[in-house]
Every structure is written in structure tokens, then in C-alpha cells.
Design a protein around this ligand. Structure first.
Ligand SMILES: Cc1ncc(COP(=O)(O)O)c(C=O)c1O
Length: 422
């Protein structure tokens, strides 16, 4: 019997809300109009036009990753595909890999390394803390791994490995290669691939870059690329084989049909980052996240992670007692058309501060929606105090900039990179 088309389909317009929700969760994030417009175009995936676009994507990526030596490859797939590309190409069966695990995504890197046949040495960091350099040095000396995997920002529990630079230095000094997951952090906070000696940096499109989900990037150092070139074990993944991907990204030939619209979108997203410049972009993210955090606290709420370990790109907020995360998310999206994220187990909600999310108009609307929804659900919050604190913090940042103050680009005292104004 032939199968008929389904007869109970609801039109897309009836499924989607009349006005799009403001996406203020842990990703995907809102995309600029130019990115959306580029994403609506389909061109030939091979040929001169595409070759020109790919050249520009690579040179702009080199700026965003802060690398001269990298082999930058795009991946048709989520951030996880880029993670798997980095891990599967660099790990051979029997390799020893030190996996720094702060949460869900760093654990995923360990799982991938295990599936690639590595002997895993998991260094689990407990209690919403960033990884400690001394602990990592001890493990590096004890296990002498070929490779270390780590996330810069652990989106799942809003912990930031604030000592990443020192950790990379420690690994590099012991001739251990380093894979860094910068899916939620790239272009939102400092990461200097070459200066820090990182061998593979992974990012997705839908977070810091403010592009669409489904096209991701991975950059390999010269040392990593040489290791991949000397690989003896066959690659189990055909699509994620970096040497095959290189045919498309560096030799203008066919690997698989590239996701052209997504590549055009990421081209536009990278172009916006290059025009804004990284120092200005880091400062915008820091200003916005610090103001949002001040507003949340002034409202009477608490943040999940202590400042010394806190990620600014995704902010974790403790739920007041008696409030269920799902009720809060529903109230915020139905009444205020603002969407934030639930959690991976902890009693928190998460608010993103990546790309277009880090704009004053978006954080005011989100903070108000959060406070007003909590008040409706019966929590004791002071919404005007929160909004006023947010305003004051933004103004304080602007005053400092006007007076030529040096504003650190992270809230990490150990990081000496900074934005100098005037
Ligand atoms: C830090 C981090 N790594 C990896 C991923 C995986 O990305 P994707 O969901 O696009 O596969 C995410 C996604 O939230 C993330 O936040």
C-alpha cells in the first residue's frame, strides 16, 4: 500500500510565535541582519566565488583565533562535530590524554577521546571551580600525556577556566599538545591561540560568533597539523577527516558539498567581528555581562559561581526557593517573549552573554522579564533596584572609558591583557 502524505500538518506560521522570542539562553543566540541575509543565499559550493569566500573566512578566522600558523577548517555540523574533528584526528589508539573535566562539555571531550581509543586520565574539578594550574602540573608530570583537553568556558555550569593561559603554558613546557573548546567563548573574551601555544581551538557558529548553528570552525597549530600528517592509524570518520577537509579548505576541490549558506553566514559574522575588533568586542561583552550580573544581584538573587571561577559569557542564576525553572522559563517566554535556558541538573537558570546578546537593550529587557516573572511566581525580588543597578554599572563602565582608564578585558586578575581607551 502506498504511503500517503500526513494530513494533520500544522502550518509553520501557526507553530512559530508571531513575534520571535529574544534568544537570551546558552545558544543559539540572535543573529545580525547581515548574517541572516547571507544565510538565505545558495551558491555553487565549488568555483571561483566560493574560493574567494573561503579565503576570506580563513583570513578572518586567523584574526579571531589569533593565529598565524593555524590550519583553519570549517565543519558542516554542530560544535560537537568540530570537537570530534579535533579529537579524532589528533588521538590515535593507545595515546594518553589528560582531560580536564569541569562539567558536561569537557566531559564530552573526554568521551570522544575515549571513543578514539585513548587512555583517558580524567582530572575532575569539583564544586563549580576553575581548574587549578598546580593540580594540572602534577597530573602532567605523573601521566605524561600526549594531549590535554579543556574547555575555556563550561556553558553547562557557567564555570570559566580562568587560568587557561597558565595551563597551556604548563602543558606546552612538557611537550603536551592542547585542545581548547572555545565554543561559547571565542570572540567574547581573550584567547590567543599562538601566544598561548594551543594546538587546536574549536568553536561553533551559534554562540560567541553570533552566526547560525550547523557550521563550526576548528583551527590546528603547525605542530598539530604535522601530527595529523604523520598519523599512522586510519581515521574512522570520513566526514571529519581533517586531511580530506583540507582538500576543500586549501585545495579548492571536493570533499563533501559544503553548507554554502552557513559558510556565507559565518563569513558575515566574522566580518562583523573584524570591523568591531576583538578588544572592543571583549570590552562590550565584559561591560554587558558585569552590568547584568550587578542587576541580578541587586534584585535580590544570587549567582551560581563565585567571581574567581565565573564565566561571563553565560551567567548562572540560582533559583529562589520554591521556584521551578520550567515555570520561570514559561512565564518569561509567554509574557515577555524572552527565552533563557534551564540547567544540566543544578537548580539554576542560565542567561547568555554572547555576541548580539551583549547589547544594553537586550539585557534590560531580559533582566526585567526575569524579575517580573519571578515576582509573578511569588518570589521576593526588587525589580526596580535590579534595573537601576544595571544602569549604574553600564554608566560606570562608560565613565571609566571616557577617562581613559585601562579596563581589563576579563574579570580575571591574573590576565594582563587589556583594552586601553584614549
Ligand atoms: C562549551 C561547549 N562546548 C561544546 C558544545 C557543543 O556544541 P553543539 O551543541 O553545537 O554540538 C557546547 C554547546 O552548548 C558548548 O557550550
Amino acid at each position: 500500500m502506498p504511503i500517503s502524505p500526513p494530513n494533520n500538518l500544522i502550518p509553520l506560521d501557526a507553530i512559530l510565535p508571531e513575534e520571535p522570542l529574544l534568544m537570551m539562553g546558552a545558544g543559539p543566540v540572535p543573529i545580525p541582519v547581515r548574517v541572516a541575509a547571507a544565510n538565505s543565499i545558495v551558491i555553487n559550493h565549488l568555483g571561483d566565488t566560493m574560493a574567494q569566500i573561503i579565503e576570506q573566512v580563513k583570513s578572518m578566522s586567523a584574526y579571531v583565533f589569533q593565529t598565524e600558523s593555524a590550519q583553519v577548517l570549517g565543519v558542516a555540523g554542530p560544535g560537537s562535530a568540530a570537537m570530534e574533528m579535533a579529537v579524532a584526528n589528533l588521538v590515535e589508539p593507545g595515546d594518553s590524554v589528560l582531560c580536564v573535566i569541569n562539567g558536561f562539555f569537557s566531559n564530552r571531550l573526554a568521551e570522544m577521546a575515549g571513543r578514539a581509543g585513548a587512555t583517558i586520565h580524567p582530572l575532575r574539578v569539583s564544586g563549580e571551580h576553575s581548574a587549578n594550574v598546580a593540580d594540572i602540573e602534577t597530573w602532567l608530570d605523573q601521566h605524561k600525556p600526549k594531549l590535554l583537553t579543556i574547555v575555556q568556558g563550561e556553558t553547562s555550569n557557567t564555570v570559566c577556566n580562568q587560568k587557561l593561559q597558565q595551563i597551556c603554558h604548563a602543558a606546552r613546557a612538557r611537550n603536551c599538545m592542547i585542545i581548547v573548546d572555545a565554543v561559547c567563548t571565542l570572540s567574547t573574551m581573550p584567547l590567543y591561540m599562538d601566544d598561548w601555544g594551543i594546538d587546536a581551538v574549536i568553536t561553533g557558529g551559534q554562540k560567541g560568533l553570533s552566526s547560525i548553528p550547523g557550521v563550526s570552525l576548528v583551527a590546528f597549530s603547525r605542530r598539530a597539523w604535522q601530527t595529523i600528517g604523520e598519523r599512522r592509524a586510519p581515521m574512522a570518520h570520513w566526514c571529519l577527516d581533517a586531511r580530506l577537509a583540507n582538500k576543500f579548505w586549501y585545495e579548492q576541490s571536493y570533499h563533501y558539498t559544503a553548507p554554502v549558506s552557513g559558510v556565507l553566514a559565518i563569513h558575515e559574522a566574522l566580518k562583523l567581528i573584524c570591523s568591531e575588533t576583538l578588544p572592543v568586542r571583549f570590552h562590550r561583552h565584559l561591560r554587558s555581562s558585569m552590568a547584568l550580573q550587578a542587576g541580578i544581584e541587586a534584585m535580590g538573587l544570587t549567582l551560581f559561581v563565585e567571581p574567581a571561577h565565573r564565566l561571563n559569557s553565560v551567567v548562572g542564576v540560582n533559583l529562589p526557593s520554591g521556584i521551578k525553572s520550567l515555570d520561570l522559563l514559561r512565564a518569561m517566554s509567554s509574557r515577555y517573549r524572552v527565552e533563557i535556558s534551564g540547567s544540566f541538573g543544578a537548580d539554576i537558570v542560565r542567561i547568555g552573554q554572547m555576541g548580539e546578546q551583549s547589547r544594553a537593550h537586550n539585557i534590560f529587557r531580559t533582566l526585567h522579564a526575569l524579575g517580573a516573572s519571578l515576582a509573578t511566581l511569588g518570589a521576593a525580588v526588587d525589580v526596580p533596584a535590579g534595573v537601576s543597578a544595571l544602569e549604574k554599572k553600564l554608566e560606570a563602565f562608560d565613565r571609566q572609558s571616557q577617562h581613559g582608564t585601562i579596563i581589563p578585558v576579563t574579570n580575571n586578575a591574573a590576565d594582563n591583557s587589556s583594552v586601553v581607551h584614549h
